[in-house]
Design a protein around this ligand. Structure first.
Ligand SMILES: [Zn+2]
Length: 310
């Protein structure tokens, strides 16, 4: 896809030799097509990966995805949150329909938030966290009444057909390799009247429009797919989902981190009017306005989709 992968090393790194990874091209994680055009280059947010990455747009389905990828780029860093639920988890808890019967199963994909678990369980949900490895589930999860299920998703789908009443996925789906298969497995797992609540970063957000390649939500190379409401909706509809509602949520932490980075990277080389503009874009007042108003116009940093099997 990109003829000279050396171009993806960060410019300041070229003066000192660095170990170049082996790159490999990946097909579109949504439709499997391998024809795409480069639309963006952006740096990593992780100190151990000081290089640029490329994002391409699939010619078949128009989805943006990270390509090429370095070999052995490691697991996507995700943590557990022991304190207050973060805004997206809190929103998932507030908008989750009540279970039709106490003890209905809710299957969760993504970081584990203890406060969210404490909020959801009293509504009558039995909360299962899915993970490939048992070691990824902290003891605190079980202490607070959470359960967990492990192993291959396709096997789980076949053994628990239509047993799950709700699936929540946050900060997880867009990091995976083959999204259509996952949607098909979720379709098999869910009860015909079940709910899917899916949260992914929003390319149409005010944060991305303001900070571009330095928007924290890109998180290259760990986020492999980058959605807009249109591309995500099409992907869901084509795999047998009926979309009930889409809304967006702002992420103040991403805006703050993006502002700090763009000020750090660009302010020293700017002067006069350009520096003043940069100061305004990174000011707390500008960020507060974005946080408050962007969800009114579908410009929040997270897209949250409510869908049901068709
Ligand atoms: Zn595609």
């Amino acid at each position: 896809m990109i003829a000279r992968y050396e171009a993806l090393a960060r410019r300041e790194s070229l003066t000192t030799p660095i170990a170049m990874p082996t790159w490999y091209d990946v097909p579109c994680p949504v439709c499997g097509n391998d024809q795409a055009d480069t639309v963006l280059q952006a740096p990593s947010w992780h100190e151990s990966e000081p290089r640029l990455y490329a994002v391409v747009q699939c010619r078949a389905c128009a989805t943006w995805y990270t390509n090429p990828l370095p070999q052995n780029h490691g697991q996507s860093p995700q943590g557990t949150n022991p304190g207050k639920p973060d805004p997206v988890h809190a929103h998932l808890a507030d908008t989750l329909p009540r279970p039709s019967a106490a003890g209905n199963w809710l299957l969760h994909f993504g970081p584990l938030d203890m406060a969210w678990l404490t909020q959801v369980r009293p509504c009558g949900w039995q909360v299962l966290a899915w993970n490939e490895r048992p070691s990824e589930i902290p003891a605190a999860w079980y202490d607070r009444g959470g359960l967990a299920v492990f192993g291959a998703l396709d096997e789980l789908a076949q053994s628990c057909r239509h047993q799950i009443a709700a699936i929540t996925a946050y900060d997880w789906f867009e990091r995976q390799e083959s999204l259509r298969q996952i949607l098909e497995h979720w379709h098999t797992l869910l009860h015909p009247n079940g709910w899917l609540l899916l949260a992914v970063p929003n390319l149409d957000s005010a944060g991305f429009l303001t900070f571009g390649s330095l928007w924290r939500g890109l998180d290259l190379p760990h986020r492999r797919v980058h959605f807009r409401a249109g591309t995500l909706s099409r992907c869901l509809v084509q795999t047998g989902w009926h979309i009930r509602r889409i809304r967006t949520l702002a992420c103040a932490a991403w805006l703050r981190e993006s502002a700090e980075r763009i000020w750090h990277d660009y302010a020293p080389s700017r002067s006069g009017w350009h520096r003043l503009r940069l100061w305004w874009r990174t000011s707390w007042l500008s960020q507060a306005l974005i946080v408050r108003t962007s969800p009114w116009f579908g410009r929040g940093d997270w897209l949250v989709v409510f869908a049901q099997p068709r």
